[in-house]
Write a protein that binds this ligand. Structure first.
Ligand code: MV4
Length: 446
């Protein structure tokens, strides 16, 4: 195990990693921007370095400054958290050339999975179902028209360099396909410097199911069951849960086995997520691999009892996974609500500002992962998530009741938060009965 690592992130995930380090006896070095100077969670690290001004492009994203902090702080490895540099293969390579372990996959696996067209090709080789679509990249309009005619409209044009919903366009017919191709290409070229696109049949009203995996450097690959993240709005997840309430046990085992095949085929090491969409008939299709720890990892930790951050450190430092597939049980039901400093009555407009008072709920099966506290100021420079409220109960119904109780107790005064919308979702009959898909929130409230 490492003696000392650097955490190249901020906020709740930085605190989450600091806590895991402390329990493992690993020293942690934090970094912060001028906007985060004096944040109390930084005191829980063994050392902290300022890496620049508030703007993340000048601090958390500045590779040379992050590497310098690791060098000066004598860190053997860097944990990137999520966002910022977490899926930046160039940063990953620089870590390697500086002989600092990147706590994540190899740059090669990361580069391959970052290209969604390549990842889709690999999925097919690994006999992981993909949505019917083009064989590879779309080179010209005629090919696109041909493929679309074959698979049938509506179709989805996806950017190879995209992911998380960026650079996607739906086309309902041949005329709009030409437009969609151009728009997707232009958007992808501008956002990623790569305008390559491929085509898929558009699956309407899908559920979003993702499988948590862990793979060590000794060839052991396991899954830690699945999460349902269908409760989202404009590609921002609001509520996540494990297990997925609607999945048949047989489908569940198939989707988890498919995720393990994908991870093996990619030579991926680290914890990770294989994302699928599930259609109304219960058929599942591979979408992409998220090569990082995710915001919603705690629901998996609750149902399996496995600490995913500690698992990442063990894998990166060369240890073998301390559990086998048959040891990984999924017990009870867990829910997570993302608490954002946003106003649901004003189109989720970010509401950064000063937290005057704060009361955090507790009790059996209640967890609050947050760096916020009374007197903390939510900065306008970063993501507006102030914390995650997580519950774990024997059944899904009990988890919903527990979450409603905990949300009722949670008080964050001085800023608007997404808590009120969470209560509305949890009280909705469609959510209670798990009759939901990725369009549920926008259909019901927007
Ligand atoms: C799709 C799809 C329907 N059909 N692919 C959106 C994010 C990116 N990871 C993939 N996404 C989708 N791909 C086909 N062929 C619908 C979505 C999608 C979605 C997926 C997961 C979670 C939320 C979503 C919201 C809108 C669209």
């Amino acid at each position: 195990m490492y003696k000392r690592i650097l955490i190249a992130n901020r906020g709740e995930i930085a605190l989450r990693i600091i806590r895991a380090c402390r329990e493992l006896g690993v020293e942690s070095v934090a970094i912060y921007s001028e906007a985060d100077r004096g944040s109390h969670y930084l005191d829980l690290a063994d050392e902290a370095f300022c890496v620049g001004p508030a703007k993340s492009s000048e601090s958390y994203l500045k590779i040379d400054r992050v590497i310098s902090a690791a060098e000066v702080g004598n860190a053997q490895a860097i944990h990137p958290g999520y966002g910022f540099l977490a899926e930046n293969a160039h940063f990953n390579e620089i870590c390697r050339s500086c002989e600092i372990d990147f706590i994540g996959p190899s740059p090669e696996a990361m580069t391959m999975l970052g290209d969604k067209n390549e990842a889709r090709k690999l999925a097919r080789q690994a006999e992981v179902p993909v949505v019917p679509g083009s064989d590879g990249l779309i080179e010209d309009e005629d090919t696109a028209t041909e493929v679309a005619k074959e698979i049938g409209y509506p179709v989805l044009v996806k950017a190879s360099a995209g992911g998380g919903g960026k650079g996607m366009r739906v086309a309902e017919n041949e005329a709009s396909l030409k437009q969609s191709l151009q728009q997707a290409r232009r958007e992808a070229e501008a956002a990623f410097g790569d305008g390559s696109v491929y085509l898929e049949k558009y699956v309407e009203h899908p559920r979003h199911v993702e499988v948590q995996v862990a793979a060590d450097q000794h060839g052991n690959v396991v899954h830690l069951w699945e999460r349902d993240c269908s409760v989202q709005r404009r590609h921002q997840k609001l509520i996540e849960e494990s297990p997925a309430a609607h999945l048949e046990q047989e489908t569940r085992e198939e989707i988890c086995a498919a995720a393990v095949r994908m991870i093996r085929a990619a030579n991926y090491t680290n914890v990770g997520t294989v994302e699928f969409i599930v259609d109304k008939e219960g058929s599942f299709y591979f979408i992409e691999v998220n090569a990082r720890i995710q915001v919603e990892h705690p629901v998996t930790e609750m149902v399996t009892g496995i600490d995913l951050i500690k698992t990442q450190l063990r894998i990166a430092s060369g240890e073998e996974l301390p559990f086998r597939q048959e040891d990984i049980k999924c017990e009870g039901a867990s829910l997570e609500c993302r608490i954002n400093a946003e106003d649901p009555s004003r189109n989720f407009q970010p509401c950064p500002g000063h937290i005057e008072q704060m009361f955090v709920p507790g009790g059996l099966g209640v967890r609050f992962d947050s760096h916020a506290h009374a007197g903390y100021t939510v900065s306008p420079f970063y993501d507006s998530m102030v914390g995650k409220l997580i519950v774990h109960q024997p059944t899904r119904d009990e988890a919903i009741a527990c979450m409603l109780r905990a949300l009722g107790e949670l008080q964050i005064e001085g800023i608007a938060t997404t808590c009120s919308r969470h209560e509305e979702i949890l009280r909705h009959a469609a959510f209670a009965e798990s009759r939901i898909d990725t369009t549920f929130v926008e259909r019901t409230w927007d």
